[in-house]
Structures are given as C-alpha cells and as structure tokens.
Design a protein around this ligand. Structure first.
Ligand code: PBG
Length: 326
C-alpha cells in the first residue's frame, strides 16, 4: 500500500498545533462596539430583537464606553435616538442633540484611550426615517441632504468624534464631510466611509434598536445585493473623496465583496456584522440549535479571514472577555 505524501491532518492534531498554524486571529483591538443612546432614558432599555443589547441612558453609555476602553477594544460607534424627530432631522445638527451631547460625554470619559466614532446619518433624526431629506415628490434628495451632512460633520467633530461614519449612501457624502471638516479646522477628524452598504433585510432588528419610523425601504440609495463590481466603484469614489477607512456592510452575506475590497483598498477596511446577523445567532443559540460561543467566534473570524481589519460587532465586549480567559 502507498502512503499519502502530504498529511494536512498533522497540523490539526492538537489545540496547540492548530493555534500555531492559525492563519488568522481576531484581536480585541480589531473590534468596534456599536452603542445606542436614547434621549430621556434614566435606565438602559433592552432591545427585544437583540437580546443582550440595550438602548443606553447617558449614564450607562458613559460606563459602557469606559468598559470598552478598559477591555482594550479598538473603538465604539455611537448612535443617538432623539426624543423628537422632524422632516429635516434637526436634532442631528444641534450641539445639544442626543448624539452630539453623547459624543462629548464619551470623549470626556475615555479621552484618547479609545477611538470614538459616530454615525453620520439622518435616519435616526427624521420623522419619516429616511437617511436624507425628501423632495416635493417624497424622494430622498441627495444634494439637499449633503448640506445637512456637512453641518452634522462639524457638529460631531466639535463634540470630539475621532472618526465620523457617513452611512447614508448619498453620492458625494465623503467629499462634503471632508470639506466641511477642513474648512472648520478639523483636519484631524477622520472619515470611516460606509462605502459598500447594501439594502439588506438583515437590518431588521436595528429598526427596533433606534425606534425607526421608516415606511418603505432604502433601495434608491443603498446598494442592490445583486451587485459585486459596483462595490469597487463606491470604494474608489470614497477614496478619491478623502475616506481614511472604508466599510463593507452587512458582513456575513457579503464576504465576497469584503474580499474584493480588501484586495484593492490601500486604506484599512472595516466590516459591520449587523443587527440581523447578531439576532440570527442569538435566536438559534437560545433554542439550543447551535453552540453559541463557537458560532460567534466562527462568524467573526470569517469576517477577519475575508479581509476586514476592523469589525463592528455587538459581541465585541464578550469576544474580548473570552480572549482574556485563554
Ligand atoms: C444608518 C444605519 C443603519 C445601520 C447602521 N447605520 C440602518 C440602515 O441603514 O437601515 C444598521 C446597523 C445594524 O443593523 O446593526 N444610520
């Protein structure tokens, strides 16, 4: 009988051997924790479709940010839920609006120990729930929205955000944000561009997380899930417009896109493991259908393996704690 010349199983034989030859690993500094803060809350409020995730009060947000810094995470991404909404999303540009105020409080808490990022989008602030303002026909008006994004950018940077995350998928959004920041003297505030953001059914639980009022969908501005090549166009445009980092979102259903972007991007690439990805694994685990920790670690590792440098995940704290235990 002849023997196999190559035996790949040798390098799989023990946990120590597998650890030695692992091609990819997730480090806690790769992880970015999204945090929701809601105006008028005194206590954190659970989000039904995202078990384990809460809408924070101002106090609990500060504590969560301090914990994230102590755990050695890469950063936090802040989302604000205002008490009142209007058609233009005016709360987004108000320096005392929930998001801008919270950025300031979080920076006061963590200083430069943690990268503080903020969602730059109108959907949490508009009463119709779209990421931009509407024209006379009820369509999302790209260029009118850009003017508000410019103002938002300055408000967020003056509040102290290190990185702004324009996520509305308006054409030209990175350029206007960059220009507004430079004109206002915020040369050091960076842009984490949601470059390839797809219209996805997996955002469902996020709508609960931000009490979204959205009727309809975002298909006229977010990308069509049928398209792969188009992601490279979006990335190229954002780079030309001055993006410091680019993001692919969602993550798990778009790992091919993530791999393409990682291949060509000269700047760091982030991926967002979104609310629906979180909810699916939590739901299956709660039913005893999958091993929760193994599924979480495998899902996040797959995103790293596909090419993400940074991963936004609601499990960031738990993943960091598991790493401590090793
Ligand atoms: C837009 C925004 C969304 C998410 C992050 N930023 C919602 C959307 O585009 O519909 C989704 C995040 C998630 O689902 O976890 N402000």
């Amino acid at each position: 009988m002849s023997f196999p010349a190559q035996r790949p199983r040798r390098l799989r034989s023990t946990p120590a051997m597998r650890r030695l030859v692992a091609e990819h690993r997730v480090h806690r500094s790769d992880l970015i924790l999204p945090l929701f803060v809601k105006e008028v809350l005194n206590e954190p409020q659970p989000i039904a479709s995202m078990p384990g995730v809460v809408q924070h009060s101002s106090d609990s947000l500060r504590r969560a940010a301090a914990d994230a810094a102590a755990a050695g995470l890469g950063g936090v991404m802040l989302f604000g839920i205002p008490a009142r909404r209007d058609p233009r999303g005016s709360g987004s540009v108000d320096e005392n609006g929930i998001l801008n105020r919270s950025i300031r409080e979080v920076r006061a808490e963590v200083g430069d120990e943690l990268v503080v990022m903020s969602d730059l989008c109108l959907d949490e602030f508009t009463d119709h729930g779209h990421c931009g303002v509407l024209d006379g026909q009820g369509r999302v008006d790209n260029d009118a929205t850009l003017e508000i994004y410019a103002e938002m950018a300055v408000a967020q940077a003056s509040a102290g955000a290190h990185l702004l995350g324009p996520s509305g998928m308006m054409d030209g959004q990175v350029a206007v944000v960059r220009q507004a920041l430079d004109e206002a003297g915020f040369q050091d505030a960076g842009v984490l561009a949601y470059a390839a953001k797809y219209a996805s059914a997996f955002y469902g639980p996020f709508r609960d997380a931000v009490d979204s009022a959205l009727q309809g969908d975002r298909r006229t501005y977010q990308m069509d899930s049928a398209n792969r090549r188009e992601a490279l166009l979006e990335v190229e445009l954002d780079l030309q417009e001055g993006a410091d980092m680019v993001m692919v979102k969602p993550a798990m259903s778009y790992l091919d896109v993530l791999a393409d972007v990682a291949e060509i991007s000269p700047v760091p690439v982030a991926a967002y493991q979104i609310s629906g990805e979180y909810a699916m694994i939590e739901a299956a685990a709660a039913n005893g259908w999958i091993d929760r920790r193994a599924a979480i670690e495998e899902s996040v590792l797959s995103i790293k393996r596909a090419g993400a440098d940074s991963i936004l995940t609601y499990w960031a704290m738990e993943l960091a704690q598991w790493q401590e235990q090793r």
